[in-house]
Ligand binder design. Structure first.
Ligand code: ACO
Length: 155
């Protein structure tokens, strides 16, 4: 398994992985926009044949940059079912978090996750140290609440 920075030619594989794993899907222009705007903070995991088996897609929110509040946001992360519990998602998250700090001086990382998503909450809270900041009622299209989670980054 190889984990590396995502490139433009990875986007179809990332989108296909996302379609298999999550109900939150995005048009190709959304993937391209992220890869073109913040090329250093999204990563992929590939198998020995170069097939994408996992990804993390992230962005930077610098609306409050003047207050020193640049932060990273993880839009989407997923790993194909047969490659789970191998530490791939944790590694993808750590690389993205590190790049957010190194490249953009991000002070924290945020994300939303379904309240019922035990695996992802386990990853964020137990493995990476994220905390729940708030619950956003009916955040998802089907009415499920989201946990708004955050991890403060050390410079
Ligand atoms: N149950 C409980 N804890 C879990 C689980 C699980 N099923 N899976 C992972 N974890 C936690 C554990 O603490 C684990 O450490 P351990 O294996 O030493 O116990 C830690 O996370 C790291 O696990 P990884 O092996 O790195 O995680 P994996 O590569 O399996 O990917 C992921 C986890 C991304 C949540 C995967 O299950 C997945 O793709 N799920 C479907 C898509 C999804 O829900 N994505 C997140 C949506 S929210 C968002 O995108 C911002």
């Amino acid at each position: 398994m190889n984990i590396r920075l995502a490139r433009m030619d990875d986007l179809p594989g990332m989108q296909a992985t996302n379609l298999q794993n999550l109900p939150e899907n995005y048009l190709m222009k959304f993937w391209i926009y992220h890869a073109a705007t913040w090329p250093q903070i999204s990563f992929v995991a590939e198998d020995h044949k170069g097939r994408i088996v996992g990804y993390v897609l992230a962005k930077i929110d610098d609306e409050s940059a003047d207050k020193g509040e640049v932060h990273g946001h993880v839009n989407s992360i997923s790993v194909l079912r047969s490659y789970r519990r191998l530490g791939l998602a944790k590694k993808l998250m750590l690389l993205s978090q590190e790049a957010m700090v190194d490249v953009y001086k991000a002070s924290f990382v945020s994300l939303h996750v379904r309240k019922s998503n035990k695996a992802a909450i386990g990853l964020y809270r137990d493995s990476l140290g994220f905390e729940v900041v708030s619950v956003e009622q009916k955040y998802y299209g089907d009415g499920e609440d989201a946990l708004n989670m955050r991890l403060t980054m050390k410079r």
